[in-house]
Design a protein around this ligand. Structure first.
Ligand code: 5RP
Length: 217
């Protein structure tokens, strides 16, 4: 079974969590795109969607799904998004697509965060995938030095500007033994807007696409 087929399978399985007549939060990336495609078949059943990026908002609109700003959204029962890495404790690394800040905001606003991944994303310990960190441009060097002191090797994502007008540092070599503690530590560094650890508010449910079907954690 191909990776794309696994992504499609988890995306379709996530439809089960969408609450009829309510809004749904939608993440960013290829798995989230597969979810948008699945959601289009059920668009009459939902009130609309809150997007975690400009790209997702555009794709939702192309599919005829009403896009609602988070500030105007009332109840947001569910958020569906992919991840770059996920553990069986439902801690995640996200931000490969650079949308981590808005993803964290929409996840924080949602009642339930359903993470959809194929089985290549499941790891015992986070950190093999370089940790994305969104930084205010003027603080890039200051933040990079702080990340080096924490044992990381930050690399600027060349030519990339986030939806918020900021830059991304991809941090290699971090040994992430305690994801919630590192997430909090990174949040204290002046100039960091958000980091790609989703551990303090991890996923409530991880759906994993495997050759044998969709597994749930
Ligand atoms: C974007 C993300 C994505 O969820 C993550 O990069 C996974 O993407 P994909 O589903 O394409 O593998 O965090 O910022």
């Amino acid at each position: 079974m191909s990776q794309d087929a696994k992504k499609r399978a988890v995306a379709e399985a996530a439809l089960e969590f969408v609450v009829p007549g309510e809004l749904v939060g939608v993440g960013t990336g290829s798995t989230a795109n597969a979810f948008i495609d699945a959601l289009a078949t059920a668009r009459g059943r939902i009130d609309g969607a809150v997007a975690s990026s400009k790209a997702t908002a555009a794709r939702l609109a192309e599919h005829g799904i009403r896009v609602v700003e988070l500030n105007s959204a009332g109840n947001l029962p569910v958020y569906v998004d992919g991840a770059d890495e996920a553990t069986r404790h439902r801690h995640l690394v996200k931000g490969g697509g650079g949308a981590l800040t808005r993803e964290k905001i929409v996840a924080a606003a949602a009642g339930t965060f359903v993470c959809v991944v194929d089985d290549s994303k499941i790891v015992d310990r986070l950190g093999r995938f370089p940790l994305p960190v969104e930084v205010i441009p003027m603080a890039r060097s200051l933040v990079a030095r702080a990340l080096v002191r924490l044992g990381g090797r930050p690399e600027r994502r060349e030519g990339f500007v986030t939806d918020n007008g900021n830059e991304i540092l991809d941090v290699h070599g971090l040994d992430i033994l305690d994801p919630p503690t590192l997430e909090s530590e990174l949040n204290q560094i002046a100039g960091i807007v958000a980091n790609g650890l989703f551990a303090r508010r991890g996923a409530d449910m991880v759906l994993i696409g495997t050759a044998k079907g969709v597994e749930r954690i």
